[in-house]
Design a protein around this ligand. Sequence first.
Ligand SMILES: C[S@@+](CC[C@H](N)C(=O)[O-])C[C@H]1O[C@@H](n2cnc3c(N)ncnc32)[C@H](O)[C@@H]1O
Length: 255
Amino acid sequence: MSGGEACGASDYGENIAGDYDAFVGLHAPVDPVVEFLHSLVGGVGPALELGGGTGRVAIPLGERGVAVHAPEVSPAMCRELVNKDVQRLVRPVVADMSEFSLDIEFGLIYTVFNSFLFLTSRRAQARCLAAVARHLRADGTFVIEIAIPDFHLNPSLSRVSLTRSADGSPMMDIATIDPVAQLIEANHLLFGPDGIRVVPLTMRYVSLSELDLMAESAGLLLTERCSGWDGSPVTRYSVSAVSVYQPAQGVGSTR
Ligand SMILES: C[S@@+](CC[C@H](N)C(=O)[O-])C[C@H]1O[C@@H](n2cnc3c(N)ncnc32)[C@H](O)[C@@H]1O
C-alpha cells in the first residue's frame, strides 16, 4: 500500500472476500466479458487482470486456455481465488495494481467491474496506467471497465440505493460524495442469514476524458469504446464504459 492511496481497496477485499461471490461478484454476467477479452488476447495469452478478486473473470478466461496473472491487493480475495481455481488456471499475486512489477510482457491487460476506481488518488491511478504501459507488448491491448459518473443526474452529496445480491438477498448502499477529491465513500449493507454485515469501500471516480488523458500521459491511446461487453455504443445515457487502449507506438506502427 502506498500512503493510504489504496487502503480503502485493501480493506474492502479483506471485509468481503468470503461473501463476494454470493453478494456481489456473481451479480454481473461473466460470459460476454470473457468472450470480449478472449477475442482480444488471441488464443493463449498471457493476460493480466488488475484487481482479479475471486477470479470471477480470470478463471473462466483461464478455462479458455489463456494463462491469466492476477495482481490483487487483498490476500483474502487471493485465497478465495485459489480455493475456487482447482485446475490452477490463474496465477494470483498479492500486489498493489498501482505498483506491480512482473518480469513478463502481456498481449492483454484488463481491469473490470470498477477495480481501477479503488485507487483513491489521481497519482495512484496514473501510476497504475504507467505500470500497464510498461507491461504491455507493443501490439498489446489494455481494456478497462468503469462506471460513468452520473452526478449531473443527481447532484446530491449523499445517496442510498437498494439492490439485490447475487443470491437474492437485499443489499443496501449508503454513500457520500466528495466532488473535490472525486471520492465516493460508501458502505455496502449485506443482509444475510446471520444478520447485517457492513462493508466499507472508497472509490475515486473519473470522467472518461480524464481517463483518456491519464492513459495518454502513460503512452496509451484510445482505440475503441463501448457501453457494454456486447459492443453497444456509449451514449449520454450509458452508466458504464468499456474502453480499449493500445500503446501509442503500436497504434502508429499499424497505420
Ligand atoms: C469490485 S472488485 C472486482 C473483482 C473482480 N475484478 C471481479 O470482476 O469480480 C475490486 C477488486 O479490486 C481489488 N483491489 C482494490 N484495490 C486494489 C489495488 N490497489 N491493487 C490490486 N487490487 C485491488 C479489491 O481487493 C477487489 O478484489
